[in-house]
Write a protein that binds this ligand. Structure first.
Ligand code: GLC
Length: 426
């Protein structure tokens, strides 16, 4: 649970030009966002850059250089080079979607890498100066105004256009949520003596829920995923839910069934492709769950095409059921995280903004999550869902820009909680 120094919701009338850098998991994205005069309106231009896999487990210097390269390319492409020298420094919101301890809004000490990242020399250090050093070397006209988590960005971006938004979630490569708390209820910031009812967004980092394994029953496959990951013992909840792991869970079950000779599963087939760890991603399960045909012919084609396996009808049926089980468990556990926040904050009705590949693309995820939320929160049978999880606005782009705007605004108004360098902010 990390306090974020995002001190309240936008009112929809924030304005100005901002840059946003989104380092999520799969891609790197650079955006320029103009918040317009009209309530909740904005313009955005953006470029996506692939985040090469080698970078995720490589050296820290390579990561920061690659990021600075992408930003430089973006700025040079969208601005005249002569202008660059004269440009005022553009405030940038950096969405760094990993657990970070923030003593200031523009600082963040990485607690640990998650989502399969394992870059040396970053854990336990403040990522802001590492990022800023390469930006300064290239003389890019940028100042880092806020370091944010994708969930906080999602919360704020969604609240910009919908004032009933109370929670921002990501159900993607990783899973996590953020919500607005009162400073008085956050022991971690008690020493700051802030007004108890002043709002502050909290990044829950609930992907790390139950790392001690007191609560959730784990299957042998969950245990293998954890043990073979770069950080065993971490992100226990996330490893059962998030997109990064769903395909791998499925693969591990199939390999186990095959190796257990008494099952005669895929017997006589060469399963060497299937043996490769992380060879299936969650889109493989999505395709199985989406197969419209009774005889699962599309699933059969998929196995032939991707894995060179000729599956028999009962094997296909088992695969479909297995995908349903994995997808349903993920959706239902995801709903538990949202319900926990609603119960803690005594929220009886609200909108929850959600983003991420699993939420947006995995079939039935939304409906299964909604059913689970209804069961957990015990709504009346004929009652319309008082809490609904909806597709969010772009948190890591627009959300990051808004947080930069809100931070600058509150510094000007004299609220300096979590602000290190007042001059540099405005
Ligand atoms: C992981 C990260 C968290 C992020 C989530 C979604 O759980 O630790 O910071 O919000 O993935 O991207």
């Amino acid at each position: 649970m990390n306090p974020t120094w995002v001190m309240g919701f936008p009112n929809g009338y924030e304005t100005g030009t901002y840059l946003a850098l989104d380092m999520g998991g799969t891609n790197l994205r650079v955006c320029e966002i103009i918040l317009l005069e009209e309530k909740g309106e904005f313009d955005i231009i953006q470029s996506k850059y692939r985040m090469p896999d080698e970078l995720k487990t490589g050296e820290s210097e390579e990561l920061w250089e690659y990021i600075a390269d992408c930003i430089q390319q973006f700025i040079e492409y969208h601005h005249e080079v002569e202008d660059l020298q004269h440009l005022d420094k553009i405030p940038l919101g950096f969405t760094f979607s990993f657990p970070a301890t923030q003593t200031y809004i523009d600082k963040g000490v990485l607690q640990r890498w998650t989502k399969g990242f394992d870059i040396k020399g970053v854990e336990g250090k403040d990522v802001a100066p590492m990022f800023e050093a390469d930006i300064a070397r290239r003389k890019l006209p940028i100042r880092l105004s806020a370091l944010i988590n994708d969930t906080t960005g999602t919360l704020i971006a969604s609240a910009y256009t919908d004032d009933t938004m109370r929670i921002g979630c990501i159900f993607g490569t990783g899973c996590n949520a953020a919500y607005m708390e009162n400073c008085g209820s956050v022991p971690k910031i008690a020493s700051y003596n802030l007004p108890p009812d002043m709002p502050i967004a909290i990044n829950c980092e609930y992907g790390a829920f139950d790392n001690e394994h007191y609560v959730l029953p784990r299957t042998p496959y969950d245990i293998i995923i954890d043990e073979d990951s770069p950080r065993p013992g971490q992100q226990a909840f996330e490893k059962m839910i998030a997109g990064l792991y769903l395909g791998e869970l499925f693969r591990l079950v199939l390999v186990d069934l095959h190796d257990n000779k008494s099952c005669e599963f895929f017997s006589g087939q060469d399963i060497s492709r299937l043996r490769k760890a992380y060879t299936l991603d969650s889109s493989f399960l999505s395709m199985i769950e989406e197969d419209p045909f009774e005889n699962l012919s599309e699933t059969g084609d998929l196995f032939r095409r991707e894995l060179h396996i000729r599956a028999k009808q009962p094997e296909l049926e088992l695969c479909r059921r297995l995908a349903e089980l994995i997808g349903t468990r993920a959706a239902r556990l995801s709903a538990c995280g949202v319900a926990a926040i609603c119960i803690k904050k005594d929220i009886k009705s609200c909108h929850v903004g959600a983003d991420g590949s699993v939420f947006n693309k995995y079939p039935h995820f939304k409906a299964r999550g909604a059913v689970a939320l209804r069961e957990i929160l015990d709504w009346e049978k004929d009652q319309k869902d008082p809490i609904s999880i909806l597709a969010a606005e772009d948190g890591s782009g627009v959300g990051a820009a808004l947080i930069a705007a809100l931070t600058i605004k509150r510094v000007k108004e004299g609220n300096l909680a979590g602000i290190r360098n007042v001059e540099g902010m405005i």
